[in-house]
Design a protein. Structure first.
Ligand SMILES: *Cc1c(COP(=O)(O)O)cnc(C)c1O
Length: 392
């Protein structure tokens, strides 16, 4: 087993001047390779195409664990600001002296309002009691805190029901040191409710209703996340929507509704690499009396006779095994620390297999203390988050 680093955020990021090392260098496995230039390309492409339609991009860093390098790539690509769901990640960005506008995109915990007004310019909100807490904390600090009120539009995650929006606006406008910047919604996360033209027209109409009723302009109407891209890139009329909060599409190059590639984006900015620790020809069927496995009931195996089977040193603790794929490799089982695969040829012990992760797998790899995260600016490999390179 690799030695886990403790909190991946506890150790400083590698300095920008870190010596470039060849990509072939063994930096340990399992690892998540992050190609920052591809992420930057994806962000720039989306910023340009959405910008032509009047929509700005909030670059979401949560799936990159608030990585400073990813954040800088997004900012260089022209995002209007950064968004993260965790105040801890936002604090890491601030410690790295990132001064860009940062939005906390999960409604703040009441217990964290002081940290939120200190480090985030804006937060997405849906609870009056939290707004009051933010107001008190902002007043104590002598700052103004920007607020976006989230509207529930059918996905049944966060948001104020549309019928209650006017009341929430009224409450918000009365709070000292709180600046109502706009409204927003989030779809296709919990229930898969699609952010289509109808929903977006409804959000635009709500923005106009608020403006009319309260006689003030809303600067920000944030339509949603990567799942809004099909709508945003396909419609002739974006209405009042002028912001999308994008994470997955930038990192993985796909829209999340049908996980189709977005034209012009890299699909391979993230790669998970695992090492072979056992490789043998084994029967394709288990034997003996069969009951439950470590993770429930095994899928019924099919008898193909003896087949090359390998174990990779990666498992549920590192990655979502259902969310990775590699050419020529069939995943036949996974437990906490073992990934069992078959292939046409025997894989040599010590060799590495490279997988393409989906969002779920990338997220788990990013947050597992066992997975090294290495940045690939073109041909260079260097560690992030405290992952250590072996001595040269
Ligand atoms: C995670 C999240 C996003 C980004 O979603 P992607 O699908 O990664 O683009 C946007 N808004 C909110 C509120 C989120 O929680």
């Amino acid at each position: 087993m690799t030695t886990p680093s403790t909190d991946p955020r506890a150790e400083p990021q590698a300095a920008p001047g870190t010596e470039p090392r060849p990509a072939s260098l063994d930096v340990g496995a399992p690892r998540l390779e992050i190609d920052v230039s591809r992420i930057g390309h994806n962000a720039r492409s989306l910023v340009e195409r959405l910008g032509a339609r009047g929509i700005g991009v909030t670059g979401v860093t949560k799936a990159a664990l608030g990585s400073v390098d990813v954040a800088n790539a997004l900012l260089t690509a022209g995002v209007r600001g950064l968004g993260d769901s965790r105040i801890e990640n936002i604090e890491v960005l601030r410690q790295a002296e990132i001064t860009a506008m940062v939005t906390l995109i999960r409604t703040p915990m009441l217990s964290q309002v002081a940290r939120v007004v200190e480090h985030a310019n804006l937060s997405l909100n849906s609870e009056p009691v939290v707004l009051a807490g933010l107001s008190r904390a902002a007043r104590e600090r002598g700052v103004d805190h920007g607020v976006v009120l989230m509207v529930e539009m059918g996905d049944l995650r966060e948001g104020i029901l549309p019928g209650d929006l006017a009341d929430a606006v009224r409450i918000t406008l009365r709070l000292p040191n709180i600046d109502l910047v706009g409204i927003g919604t989030n779809l296709a996360c919990r229930s898969g409710a699609v952010p289509d033209a109808k929903k977006m027209d409804e959000l635009s109409a709500l923005a106009e209703m608020v403006e009319l009723a309260f006689g003030r302009r809303l600067d920000l109407v944030s339509g949603g996340n990567s799942a809004n891209l099909s709508w945003a890139l396909g419609t002739d009329d974006v209405g009042r929507i002028n912001d999308l909060r994008l994470g997955e599409a930038i990192l993985l190059g796909r829209e999340p509704l049908h996980r189709q590639p977005v034209e012009g984006l890299h699909l391979d900015a993230l790669t998970i690499v695992a090492e072979v620790i056992e490789s043998k020809v084994k029967p394709s069927l288990p034997w003996g009396t069969l009951a439950q496995t470590a993770f429930g009931t095994a899928e019924m195996a099919v008898d193909h006779g003896p087949i090359p089977q390998a174990i990779l040193a990666i498992g549920e603790q590192d990655v979502d095994p259902r969310g990775i794929e590699a050419a020529g490799i069939t995943i036949v089982g996974a437990s906490s620390d073992h990934l069992v695969v078959t292939s046409n040829e025997l894989l040599p012990v010590g060799s590495e297999v490279r997988f393409r992760p989906n969002y779920s797998a990338a997220l788990r790899a990013m947050t597992s203390p066992f997975v090294r995260r290495t940045l690939l600016p073109s041909a260079e490999v260097r560690p992030v988050d405290g992952a250590e390179l072996p001595a040269a």
